[in-house]
Design a protein around this ligand. Sequence first.
Ligand code: G3P
Length: 217
Amino acid sequence: MQFFVDTALLSEIEEAAAMGILDGVTTNPSLMAKAGVQDFDAHYRAIAQITSGPVSAEVISTTYADMIQEARRLHAIAPNIVVKIPFIPDGVKALKTLKEDGIPTNCTLIFSPLQALIAAKAGATYVSPFLGRLDDIGHEGIEIIRQIRRIFDNYGFETQILAASLRHPYHVLLCALEGADVATMPFAVLKQLFHHPLTDKGLAQFLADYQKLHVRA
Ligand code: G3P
């Protein structure tokens, strides 16, 4: 399972990369706004220099022709830029053209397994089902991952399931159990994955016992 960090903050991406387990980065216009980014293209270039893994950059246009033009511009910024396309009819059409062009895509705002099936048929490299936002409205978000995994396996789709809108480590665990290919998560969640009180307590005990034997007063 690959770990992506879902942020536009360069400091977080640098820190995550330094941890040695970062496989890629996802952004969206809301995350870019939260990071106070003005020049989006320069910022994507900076992110793509920190990691050689896939970096999702989202289009802000909503018509087929504009999305294609924007996608080509975004992908030209760096070879590891994956163009994030919203799941709308023009977006699906764009996925197919971009597949033919050899431009990797991440179909975003997926809230049903049938949307994921359509995006896969159109040739999306990744689909991004939003777990947390489904949980927010009283659905069992993880069910969408379970169903997409089954559909993709049934038909041998190569499209990767990129589980998004993950809010806590338990979401990451559920995604790993259900076979999501990628989990993208806020940096805070990535850090949380490392911590277990018994690990901290156990290490403190080991070091204390070593000290007792080897350190003279
Ligand atoms: O990048 C898309 C997704 O991860 C957004 O998450 O927390 O805004 O629902 P959230």
